[in-house]
Design a protein around this ligand. Structure first.
Ligand SMILES: Cc1cc2nc3c(=O)[nH]c(=O)nc-3n(C[C@H](O)[C@H](O)[C@H](O)COP(=O)(O)OP(=O)(O)OC[C@H]3O[C@@H](n4cnc5c(N)ncnc54)[C@H](O)[C@@H]3O)c2cc1C
Length: 461
Protein backbone atom coordinates (compact mmCIF):
# COMPACT_ATOMS: atom_id res chain seq x y z
CA UNK A 1 0.00 0.00 0.00
CA UNK A 2 2.76 2.36 1.02
CA UNK A 3 4.73 1.66 -2.19
CA UNK A 4 1.60 2.28 -4.26
CA UNK A 5 0.95 5.52 -2.37
CA UNK A 6 4.47 6.80 -3.03
CA UNK A 7 4.88 5.63 -6.62
CA UNK A 8 5.24 8.58 -9.03
CA UNK A 9 3.21 6.80 -11.72
CA UNK A 10 0.33 5.77 -9.50
CA UNK A 11 -2.51 8.12 -8.64
CA UNK A 12 -4.50 6.69 -5.75
CA UNK A 13 -8.18 7.65 -5.69
CA UNK A 14 -9.38 6.44 -2.31
CA UNK A 15 -12.94 6.85 -1.01
CA UNK A 16 -14.00 6.87 -4.66
CA UNK A 17 -16.30 4.77 -6.82
CA UNK A 18 -16.39 4.04 -10.52
CA UNK A 19 -19.82 5.09 -11.75
CA UNK A 20 -19.65 4.69 -15.50
CA UNK A 21 -17.38 3.03 -18.03
CA UNK A 22 -17.65 3.57 -21.76
CA UNK A 23 -15.32 3.16 -24.73
CA UNK A 24 -13.20 0.17 -25.61
CA UNK A 25 -9.79 -1.44 -25.31
CA UNK A 26 -7.09 1.24 -25.51
CA UNK A 27 -9.61 4.06 -24.98
CA UNK A 28 -11.92 3.60 -22.01
CA UNK A 29 -13.64 6.63 -20.53
CA UNK A 30 -14.25 6.20 -16.81
CA UNK A 31 -16.39 8.40 -14.58
CA UNK A 32 -15.28 8.28 -10.94
CA UNK A 33 -17.18 9.76 -8.00
CA UNK A 34 -14.72 11.01 -5.41
CA UNK A 35 -16.83 11.13 -2.28
CA UNK A 36 -16.65 14.10 0.06
CA UNK A 37 -14.70 13.20 3.19
CA UNK A 38 -15.15 16.72 4.64
CA UNK A 39 -11.40 16.91 5.17
CA UNK A 40 -9.07 18.80 2.88
CA UNK A 41 -6.51 16.16 1.86
CA UNK A 42 -3.97 18.84 0.86
CA UNK A 43 -3.95 20.37 4.36
CA UNK A 44 -4.47 17.31 6.60
CA UNK A 45 -1.31 16.00 8.29
CA UNK A 46 -2.97 12.80 9.58
CA UNK A 47 -2.21 13.72 13.22
CA UNK A 48 -5.42 12.00 14.39
CA UNK A 49 -6.37 14.75 16.88
CA UNK A 50 -9.84 15.08 15.32
CA UNK A 51 -10.77 11.44 15.89
CA UNK A 52 -9.29 11.58 19.39
CA UNK A 53 -11.37 14.63 20.39
CA UNK A 54 -14.60 13.78 18.51
CA UNK A 55 -17.36 13.49 21.15
CA UNK A 56 -19.23 10.75 19.18
CA UNK A 57 -17.15 7.70 19.95
CA UNK A 58 -19.53 4.76 20.25
CA UNK A 59 -20.04 3.90 16.60
CA UNK A 60 -19.33 0.21 15.84
CA UNK A 61 -16.12 0.03 13.84
CA UNK A 62 -16.48 -1.64 10.42
CA UNK A 63 -12.77 -2.45 10.40
CA UNK A 64 -12.98 -4.15 13.81
CA UNK A 65 -16.04 -6.06 12.59
CA UNK A 66 -18.19 -4.49 15.31
CA UNK A 67 -15.94 -5.69 18.16
CA UNK A 68 -14.64 -2.16 18.77
CA UNK A 69 -15.89 1.39 18.32
CA UNK A 70 -14.81 4.35 16.27
CA UNK A 71 -15.62 8.05 16.31
CA UNK A 72 -17.75 9.99 13.80
CA UNK A 73 -14.58 11.39 12.21
CA UNK A 74 -12.12 8.55 11.82
CA UNK A 75 -9.16 7.12 9.94
CA UNK A 76 -10.72 3.94 8.52
CA UNK A 77 -7.90 1.61 9.61
CA UNK A 78 -4.47 2.03 11.23
CA UNK A 79 -2.37 1.53 8.08
CA UNK A 80 -4.67 3.59 5.81
CA UNK A 81 -2.98 5.18 2.80
CA UNK A 82 -3.36 8.13 2.66
CA UNK A 83 -3.72 8.66 6.41
CA UNK A 84 -6.61 11.08 6.08
CA UNK A 85 -9.77 10.88 8.18
CA UNK A 86 -13.31 10.88 6.87
CA UNK A 87 -16.43 12.32 8.47
CA UNK A 88 -19.28 9.80 8.74
CA UNK A 89 -22.16 12.16 7.92
CA UNK A 90 -24.75 9.63 9.14
CA UNK A 91 -23.40 9.84 12.70
CA UNK A 92 -21.68 13.25 12.90
CA UNK A 93 -23.48 15.58 15.33
CA UNK A 94 -22.96 18.54 13.02
CA UNK A 95 -24.73 16.83 10.12
CA UNK A 96 -27.49 15.52 12.39
CA UNK A 97 -28.11 18.56 14.61
CA UNK A 98 -26.13 21.44 13.05
CA UNK A 99 -23.93 21.81 16.10
CA UNK A 100 -20.58 20.57 17.52
CA UNK A 101 -17.79 21.14 14.90
CA UNK A 102 -15.25 20.25 17.62
CA UNK A 103 -12.92 18.72 15.05
CA UNK A 104 -12.99 21.92 13.00
CA UNK A 105 -12.17 24.05 16.03
CA UNK A 106 -9.27 21.84 17.14
CA UNK A 107 -7.67 20.84 13.82
CA UNK A 108 -4.19 22.46 13.87
CA UNK A 109 -4.00 22.29 10.05
CA UNK A 110 -7.48 23.83 9.54
CA UNK A 111 -8.22 20.90 7.27
CA UNK A 112 -11.86 20.22 8.21
CA UNK A 113 -14.20 21.36 5.43
CA UNK A 114 -17.90 20.73 6.06
CA UNK A 115 -18.73 22.40 2.74
CA UNK A 116 -16.86 19.79 0.70
CA UNK A 117 -18.95 18.09 -2.00
CA UNK A 118 -18.62 14.92 -4.05
CA UNK A 119 -16.47 15.41 -7.14
CA UNK A 120 -16.81 13.65 -10.48
CA UNK A 121 -13.58 12.85 -12.29
CA UNK A 122 -13.40 11.77 -15.92
CA UNK A 123 -10.44 9.58 -16.78
CA UNK A 124 -9.25 8.11 -20.05
CA UNK A 125 -7.47 4.80 -19.65
CA UNK A 126 -6.20 2.08 -21.98
CA UNK A 127 -6.97 -0.94 -19.79
CA UNK A 128 -8.78 -1.74 -16.55
CA UNK A 129 -8.16 -4.28 -13.77
CA UNK A 130 -11.18 -5.06 -11.60
CA UNK A 131 -9.92 -6.19 -8.17
CA UNK A 132 -12.93 -5.70 -5.90
CA UNK A 133 -12.30 -8.83 -3.82
CA UNK A 134 -14.84 -10.81 -1.84
CA UNK A 135 -17.14 -10.65 1.15
CA UNK A 136 -17.29 -13.13 3.98
CA UNK A 137 -20.44 -15.31 4.01
CA UNK A 138 -22.89 -13.84 6.53
CA UNK A 139 -23.22 -16.56 9.18
CA UNK A 140 -26.68 -15.20 10.07
CA UNK A 141 -27.88 -16.78 6.81
CA UNK A 142 -27.25 -20.22 8.39
CA UNK A 143 -29.58 -19.95 11.42
CA UNK A 144 -28.46 -23.29 12.92
CA UNK A 145 -25.29 -21.55 14.16
CA UNK A 146 -27.18 -18.87 16.12
CA UNK A 147 -24.67 -16.24 15.04
CA UNK A 148 -25.67 -12.92 16.66
CA UNK A 149 -27.39 -14.66 19.61
CA UNK A 150 -24.25 -14.61 21.80
CA UNK A 151 -21.24 -12.25 21.71
CA UNK A 152 -19.05 -15.36 22.04
CA UNK A 153 -20.15 -16.79 18.70
CA UNK A 154 -17.87 -14.88 16.36
CA UNK A 155 -16.95 -15.26 12.72
CA UNK A 156 -13.53 -15.62 11.12
CA UNK A 157 -12.96 -11.93 10.43
CA UNK A 158 -13.97 -10.99 13.98
CA UNK A 159 -11.43 -13.49 15.27
CA UNK A 160 -8.80 -11.97 12.93
CA UNK A 161 -9.42 -8.56 14.51
CA UNK A 162 -9.47 -9.95 18.05
CA UNK A 163 -6.15 -11.74 17.58
CA UNK A 164 -4.46 -8.74 15.92
CA UNK A 165 -2.14 -6.58 18.03
CA UNK A 166 -3.87 -3.49 16.56
CA UNK A 167 -7.35 -4.92 17.21
CA UNK A 168 -9.93 -3.98 19.86
CA UNK A 169 -8.44 -6.33 22.49
CA UNK A 170 -4.83 -5.61 21.45
CA UNK A 171 -4.42 -9.23 20.41
CA UNK A 172 -5.82 -10.80 23.56
CA UNK A 173 -8.25 -13.66 22.92
CA UNK A 174 -11.03 -13.13 25.44
CA UNK A 175 -14.70 -13.97 25.83
CA UNK A 176 -17.43 -11.37 26.43
CA UNK A 177 -16.69 -11.80 30.16
CA UNK A 178 -13.24 -10.35 29.54
CA UNK A 179 -11.36 -13.55 30.37
CA UNK A 180 -9.51 -16.02 28.14
CA UNK A 181 -11.73 -18.93 27.01
CA UNK A 182 -11.18 -22.41 28.45
CA UNK A 183 -12.67 -24.30 25.49
CA UNK A 184 -13.02 -23.04 21.93
CA UNK A 185 -14.75 -24.62 18.92
CA UNK A 186 -13.63 -23.81 15.39
CA UNK A 187 -16.31 -24.66 12.84
CA UNK A 188 -15.26 -25.12 9.19
CA UNK A 189 -17.30 -24.72 6.00
CA UNK A 190 -19.92 -22.25 7.27
CA UNK A 191 -21.71 -21.22 4.08
CA UNK A 192 -19.45 -23.41 1.95
CA UNK A 193 -19.86 -26.91 0.48
CA UNK A 194 -23.45 -26.72 1.59
CA UNK A 195 -26.40 -27.19 -0.74
CA UNK A 196 -28.47 -24.75 1.38
CA UNK A 197 -26.03 -21.83 1.01
CA UNK A 198 -23.07 -22.20 -1.35
CA UNK A 199 -22.22 -25.50 -2.98
CA UNK A 200 -18.66 -24.50 -3.89
CA UNK A 201 -15.56 -24.86 -1.71
CA UNK A 202 -13.99 -21.53 -0.70
CA UNK A 203 -10.49 -23.09 -0.77
CA UNK A 204 -9.03 -20.70 1.81
CA UNK A 205 -11.10 -21.41 4.95
CA UNK A 206 -9.47 -24.73 5.93
CA UNK A 207 -6.13 -22.99 6.20
CA UNK A 208 -7.38 -19.96 8.10
CA UNK A 209 -9.42 -22.21 10.40
CA UNK A 210 -6.19 -24.09 11.18
CA UNK A 211 -4.48 -20.73 11.73
CA UNK A 212 -7.25 -19.77 14.17
CA UNK A 213 -6.81 -23.02 16.13
CA UNK A 214 -3.05 -22.38 16.21
CA UNK A 215 -3.52 -18.80 17.47
CA UNK A 216 -5.91 -19.89 20.24
CA UNK A 217 -3.44 -22.56 21.35
CA UNK A 218 -0.55 -20.10 21.11
CA UNK A 219 -2.20 -17.27 23.05
CA UNK A 220 -4.34 -19.14 25.61
CA UNK A 221 -4.48 -22.46 27.48
CA UNK A 222 -7.84 -23.28 25.92
CA UNK A 223 -8.74 -26.71 24.55
CA UNK A 224 -9.59 -26.38 20.86
CA UNK A 225 -12.14 -28.53 18.98
CA UNK A 226 -11.91 -28.29 15.21
CA UNK A 227 -15.10 -29.45 13.39
CA UNK A 228 -14.25 -30.22 9.77
CA UNK A 229 -15.51 -32.35 6.87
CA UNK A 230 -12.05 -32.88 5.38
CA UNK A 231 -8.97 -30.69 5.37
CA UNK A 232 -8.05 -29.08 2.05
CA UNK A 233 -4.44 -28.09 2.56
CA UNK A 234 -3.22 -27.77 -1.04
CA UNK A 235 -0.43 -25.20 -1.20
CA UNK A 236 3.26 -24.82 -0.48
CA UNK A 237 3.91 -25.66 3.17
CA UNK A 238 0.17 -26.03 3.91
CA UNK A 239 0.17 -29.77 4.70
CA UNK A 240 3.15 -29.19 7.01
CA UNK A 241 1.19 -26.46 8.82
CA UNK A 242 -1.75 -28.87 9.22
CA UNK A 243 0.60 -31.42 10.80
CA UNK A 244 2.00 -28.74 13.09
CA UNK A 245 -1.48 -27.78 14.33
CA UNK A 246 -2.30 -31.46 14.92
CA UNK A 247 0.82 -31.68 17.10
CA UNK A 248 -0.44 -28.68 19.11
CA UNK A 249 -3.07 -30.93 20.68
CA UNK A 250 -6.04 -29.54 18.81
CA UNK A 251 -8.95 -32.06 18.85
CA UNK A 252 -10.03 -32.68 15.29
CA UNK A 253 -13.63 -33.88 14.95
CA UNK A 254 -14.39 -35.11 11.44
CA UNK A 255 -17.94 -33.97 10.80
CA UNK A 256 -19.65 -30.72 9.91
CA UNK A 257 -20.61 -28.62 12.94
CA UNK A 258 -24.36 -29.11 12.69
CA UNK A 259 -25.67 -26.69 15.27
CA UNK A 260 -24.56 -24.20 17.92
CA UNK A 261 -26.91 -23.59 20.82
CA UNK A 262 -26.73 -20.97 23.54
CA UNK A 263 -27.24 -22.57 26.96
CA UNK A 264 -29.01 -20.88 29.87
CA UNK A 265 -25.72 -20.12 31.65
CA UNK A 266 -24.43 -18.39 28.51
CA UNK A 267 -22.16 -21.30 27.55
CA UNK A 268 -22.28 -22.66 24.03
CA UNK A 269 -22.92 -26.19 22.81
CA UNK A 270 -21.69 -27.40 19.42
CA UNK A 271 -23.40 -30.48 18.00
CA UNK A 272 -21.96 -32.54 15.18
CA UNK A 273 -21.81 -36.03 13.79
CA UNK A 274 -18.37 -37.58 14.14
CA UNK A 275 -18.22 -39.45 10.84
CA UNK A 276 -15.17 -41.48 11.87
CA UNK A 277 -16.79 -42.79 15.06
CA UNK A 278 -20.20 -42.88 13.36
CA UNK A 279 -22.01 -41.18 16.26
CA UNK A 280 -23.29 -37.75 17.28
CA UNK A 281 -20.93 -35.70 19.44
CA UNK A 282 -21.23 -32.43 21.35
CA UNK A 283 -18.81 -30.00 22.93
CA UNK A 284 -19.57 -27.40 25.59
CA UNK A 285 -17.37 -24.36 24.93
CA UNK A 286 -17.01 -20.67 25.87
CA UNK A 287 -16.26 -19.42 22.37
CA UNK A 288 -17.24 -20.55 18.85
CA UNK A 289 -15.38 -19.33 15.77
CA UNK A 290 -17.49 -19.76 12.63
CA UNK A 291 -15.03 -19.90 9.76
CA UNK A 292 -17.23 -18.82 6.92
CA UNK A 293 -16.66 -19.16 3.20
CA UNK A 294 -15.99 -16.41 0.69
CA UNK A 295 -18.83 -14.95 -1.39
CA UNK A 296 -19.03 -12.21 -4.04
CA UNK A 297 -19.50 -8.64 -2.79
CA UNK A 298 -23.16 -7.68 -2.46
CA UNK A 299 -22.76 -5.10 -5.27
CA UNK A 300 -21.04 -7.55 -7.67
CA UNK A 301 -24.03 -7.40 -10.06
CA UNK A 302 -23.83 -3.62 -10.23
CA UNK A 303 -20.04 -3.67 -10.74
CA UNK A 304 -20.38 -6.32 -13.46
CA UNK A 305 -22.89 -4.21 -15.37
CA UNK A 306 -20.81 -1.01 -14.96
CA UNK A 307 -17.76 -2.72 -16.47
CA UNK A 308 -19.67 -4.91 -18.95
CA UNK A 309 -18.27 -8.16 -17.58
CA UNK A 310 -19.99 -11.47 -16.87
CA UNK A 311 -20.48 -13.48 -13.69
CA UNK A 312 -20.26 -17.22 -13.18
CA UNK A 313 -22.93 -19.33 -11.50
CA UNK A 314 -21.46 -18.68 -8.04
CA UNK A 315 -21.67 -14.89 -8.61
CA UNK A 316 -17.92 -14.20 -8.90
CA UNK A 317 -16.73 -12.37 -12.03
CA UNK A 318 -16.33 -14.56 -15.08
CA UNK A 319 -12.97 -15.09 -16.74
CA UNK A 320 -12.72 -15.45 -20.55
CA UNK A 321 -11.46 -19.05 -20.26
CA UNK A 322 -10.94 -21.00 -17.02
CA UNK A 323 -7.63 -22.52 -18.12
CA UNK A 324 -6.21 -20.43 -20.94
CA UNK A 325 -7.39 -16.90 -20.08
CA UNK A 326 -7.98 -16.83 -16.31
CA UNK A 327 -7.38 -13.08 -15.87
CA UNK A 328 -9.10 -11.80 -19.05
CA UNK A 329 -12.79 -11.04 -19.29
CA UNK A 330 -14.98 -11.21 -22.37
CA UNK A 331 -14.53 -7.45 -22.74
CA UNK A 332 -11.13 -6.83 -24.28
CA UNK A 333 -8.92 -4.58 -22.15
CA UNK A 334 -10.71 -5.39 -18.87
CA UNK A 335 -8.92 -7.86 -16.60
CA UNK A 336 -9.64 -9.47 -13.23
CA UNK A 337 -7.24 -9.59 -10.28
CA UNK A 338 -7.65 -11.62 -7.08
CA UNK A 339 -10.63 -12.93 -5.17
CA UNK A 340 -13.26 -11.08 -7.23
CA UNK A 341 -12.88 -13.88 -9.79
CA UNK A 342 -12.92 -16.81 -7.32
CA UNK A 343 -12.04 -17.51 -3.69
CA UNK A 344 -8.26 -17.51 -3.29
CA UNK A 345 -5.70 -16.84 -0.58
CA UNK A 346 -3.07 -14.11 -0.54
CA UNK A 347 -0.27 -15.93 -2.48
CA UNK A 348 -2.75 -16.94 -5.20
CA UNK A 349 -4.22 -13.43 -5.22
CA UNK A 350 -0.77 -11.92 -5.71
CA UNK A 351 -0.03 -14.34 -8.57
CA UNK A 352 -3.41 -13.75 -10.25
CA UNK A 353 -3.29 -9.95 -9.89
CA UNK A 354 0.36 -9.85 -11.07
CA UNK A 355 -0.71 -11.76 -14.19
CA UNK A 356 -3.47 -9.18 -14.77
CA UNK A 357 -0.92 -6.34 -14.37
CA UNK A 358 1.44 -8.08 -16.83
CA UNK A 359 -1.41 -8.45 -19.35
CA UNK A 360 -2.12 -4.71 -19.08
CA UNK A 361 1.54 -3.78 -19.46
CA UNK A 362 2.03 -5.96 -22.52
CA UNK A 363 -1.14 -4.49 -24.03
CA UNK A 364 -0.23 -0.85 -23.36
CA UNK A 365 3.48 -1.14 -24.23
CA UNK A 366 2.60 -2.41 -27.73
CA UNK A 367 0.90 0.91 -28.45
CA UNK A 368 -1.46 -0.69 -30.97
CA UNK A 369 -4.34 -3.08 -30.51
CA UNK A 370 -4.90 -6.13 -32.69
CA UNK A 371 -8.53 -7.05 -33.18
CA UNK A 372 -10.22 -9.91 -35.01
CA UNK A 373 -11.32 -9.02 -38.58
CA UNK A 374 -14.49 -11.11 -38.16
CA UNK A 375 -16.84 -8.35 -37.07
CA UNK A 376 -20.34 -7.20 -38.03
CA UNK A 377 -20.60 -4.67 -40.88
CA UNK A 378 -23.67 -2.49 -41.50
CA UNK A 379 -24.88 -1.61 -44.99
CA UNK A 380 -26.10 1.94 -44.37
CA UNK A 381 -28.22 1.92 -47.52
CA UNK A 382 -30.29 -0.99 -46.17
CA UNK A 383 -30.37 -0.06 -42.48
CA UNK A 384 -33.81 1.28 -41.49
CA UNK A 385 -32.59 2.55 -38.11
CA UNK A 386 -35.01 0.29 -36.19
CA UNK A 387 -32.30 -0.34 -33.52
CA UNK A 388 -33.36 -3.95 -32.82
CA UNK A 389 -29.69 -4.92 -32.99
CA UNK A 390 -28.65 -2.40 -30.30
CA UNK A 391 -30.82 -4.06 -27.65
CA UNK A 392 -29.62 -7.53 -28.62
CA UNK A 393 -25.86 -6.95 -28.87
CA UNK A 394 -24.26 -8.72 -25.85
CA UNK A 395 -21.11 -6.55 -26.14
CA UNK A 396 -22.80 -3.12 -26.38
CA UNK A 397 -20.87 -2.69 -29.62
CA UNK A 398 -23.66 -1.04 -31.66
CA UNK A 399 -24.72 2.58 -31.48
CA UNK A 400 -27.19 4.76 -33.33
CA UNK A 401 -25.98 7.68 -35.44
CA UNK A 402 -27.95 10.31 -37.29
CA UNK A 403 -27.52 10.09 -41.02
CA UNK A 404 -29.08 12.31 -43.70
CA UNK A 405 -31.98 13.32 -41.46
CA UNK A 406 -32.79 9.74 -40.42
CA UNK A 407 -30.50 7.38 -38.58
CA UNK A 408 -28.49 4.20 -38.99
CA UNK A 409 -26.59 1.96 -36.63
CA UNK A 410 -22.81 1.73 -36.43
CA UNK A 411 -20.69 -1.14 -35.14
CA UNK A 412 -17.64 -0.41 -32.98
CA UNK A 413 -15.11 -2.92 -34.35
CA UNK A 414 -13.04 -2.80 -31.16
CA UNK A 415 -16.00 -4.05 -29.12
CA UNK A 416 -17.64 -6.41 -31.62
CA UNK A 417 -16.84 -10.11 -31.17
CA UNK A 418 -18.45 -11.23 -34.42
CA UNK A 419 -21.01 -13.40 -32.57
CA UNK A 420 -23.58 -12.82 -35.35
CA UNK A 421 -26.56 -12.03 -33.08
CA UNK A 422 -27.26 -8.74 -34.89
CA UNK A 423 -26.79 -10.39 -38.30
CA UNK A 424 -29.48 -12.94 -37.55
CA UNK A 425 -31.82 -10.38 -35.95
CA UNK A 426 -31.67 -7.51 -38.48
CA UNK A 427 -35.15 -7.38 -40.13
CA UNK A 428 -33.75 -5.47 -43.12
CA UNK A 429 -30.83 -7.87 -43.70
CA UNK A 430 -28.55 -4.84 -43.42
CA UNK A 431 -25.85 -6.43 -41.24
CA UNK A 432 -23.33 -9.03 -42.31
CA UNK A 433 -20.46 -10.67 -40.47
CA UNK A 434 -17.25 -9.96 -42.35
CA UNK A 435 -15.85 -13.23 -43.79
CA UNK A 436 -19.17 -14.89 -42.91
CA UNK A 437 -21.43 -13.21 -45.44
CA UNK A 438 -24.50 -15.07 -46.73
CA UNK A 439 -22.74 -15.52 -50.10
CA UNK A 440 -19.68 -17.01 -48.45
CA UNK A 441 -21.74 -19.37 -46.30
CA UNK A 442 -23.87 -20.50 -49.27
CA UNK A 443 -20.68 -21.07 -51.27
CA UNK A 444 -19.31 -23.22 -48.44
CA UNK A 445 -22.53 -25.25 -48.28
CA UNK A 446 -22.58 -25.68 -52.06
CA UNK A 447 -18.93 -26.77 -52.01
CA UNK A 448 -19.67 -29.27 -49.26
CA UNK A 449 -22.71 -30.68 -51.05
CA UNK A 450 -20.79 -30.90 -54.34
CA UNK A 451 -18.06 -32.88 -52.57
CA UNK A 452 -20.62 -35.23 -51.05
CA UNK A 453 -22.33 -35.70 -54.43
CA UNK A 454 -19.00 -36.57 -56.11
CA UNK A 455 -18.21 -39.02 -53.33
CA UNK A 456 -21.62 -40.68 -53.77
CA UNK A 457 -21.16 -40.90 -57.58
CA UNK A 458 -17.69 -42.44 -57.14
CA UNK A 459 -19.12 -44.98 -54.71
CA UNK A 460 -21.84 -45.90 -57.27
CA UNK A 461 -19.24 -46.41 -60.08
C1 LIG B 1 -11.26 -14.75 8.05
C2 LIG B 1 -10.28 -14.76 6.91
C3 LIG B 1 -8.94 -15.03 7.17
C4 LIG B 1 -8.02 -15.11 6.12
N1 LIG B 1 -6.70 -15.41 6.41
C5 LIG B 1 -5.84 -15.56 5.39
C6 LIG B 1 -4.49 -15.95 5.65
O1 LIG B 1 -4.09 -16.13 6.79
N2 LIG B 1 -3.64 -16.09 4.60
C7 LIG B 1 -4.06 -15.88 3.32
O2 LIG B 1 -3.25 -16.07 2.41
N3 LIG B 1 -5.33 -15.50 3.04
C8 LIG B 1 -6.21 -15.33 4.05
N4 LIG B 1 -7.51 -14.95 3.77
C9 LIG B 1 -7.87 -14.68 2.37
C10 LIG B 1 -7.48 -13.25 2.00
O3 LIG B 1 -8.24 -12.36 2.79
C11 LIG B 1 -7.77 -13.04 0.51
O4 LIG B 1 -6.97 -13.93 -0.23
C12 LIG B 1 -7.40 -11.63 0.04
O5 LIG B 1 -7.96 -10.65 0.87
C13 LIG B 1 -7.89 -11.41 -1.38
O6 LIG B 1 -7.41 -10.15 -1.79
P1 LIG B 1 -8.21 -9.25 -2.85
O7 LIG B 1 -7.37 -8.02 -2.99
O8 LIG B 1 -8.54 -10.03 -4.05
O9 LIG B 1 -9.59 -8.88 -2.14
P2 LIG B 1 -9.90 -7.98 -0.86
O10 LIG B 1 -8.90 -8.21 0.19
O11 LIG B 1 -11.34 -8.26 -0.57
O12 LIG B 1 -9.72 -6.49 -1.39
C14 LIG B 1 -10.65 -5.91 -2.29
C15 LIG B 1 -10.73 -4.42 -2.02
O13 LIG B 1 -11.59 -3.83 -2.99
C16 LIG B 1 -12.46 -2.90 -2.33
N5 LIG B 1 -13.71 -2.80 -3.10
C17 LIG B 1 -14.73 -3.68 -3.19
N6 LIG B 1 -15.68 -3.22 -4.02
C18 LIG B 1 -15.24 -2.02 -4.47
C19 LIG B 1 -15.79 -1.07 -5.37
N7 LIG B 1 -16.96 -1.26 -5.98
N8 LIG B 1 -15.07 0.06 -5.60
C20 LIG B 1 -13.87 0.27 -4.99
N9 LIG B 1 -13.31 -0.61 -4.15
C21 LIG B 1 -13.99 -1.75 -3.90
C22 LIG B 1 -12.69 -3.53 -0.95
O14 LIG B 1 -13.10 -2.53 -0.03
C23 LIG B 1 -11.31 -4.07 -0.65
O15 LIG B 1 -10.49 -3.09 -0.06
C24 LIG B 1 -8.43 -14.87 4.80
C25 LIG B 1 -9.80 -14.56 4.53
C26 LIG B 1 -10.71 -14.51 5.58
C27 LIG B 1 -12.17 -14.22 5.29
Amino acid sequence: MMDAGRHPNIELLTYSEVEEVSGYIGKFEVKVRKKARYVNAELCTGCGLCQEKCPRKKIPSEFDEGLGNRSAIYIPFPQAIPRIPVVDAEHCTYFLKQKCRVCEKLCPAEAIDFEQEDETLELEVGAIIVATGFAQFDAKSSPQYNYGRSPDIIDGLQFERMSSATGPTEGEIITSKGVPPKRVAVVHCVGARDEYSNAYCSRVCCMYALKHAHLVRDKTDAEVYEFYMDIRAAGKGYEEFYERVQAEEVYFVRGRGAEVTVLEDGQLMVLAEDTIMGRPVSAKVDMVILDAGMVPYSDAGQVASTFGIGRSEDGFFLEAHPKLRPVDTNTDGIFLGGACQAPRDVPDTVAHASAAAAQCLSLLSRGVVTISPTVAVVDEELCSGCQVCIALCPYSAISFVSHNGTGVVKVNEALCKGCGTCVAACPAGAIEARHFTDRQIYAEIEGLLRGLRLEAEEARV
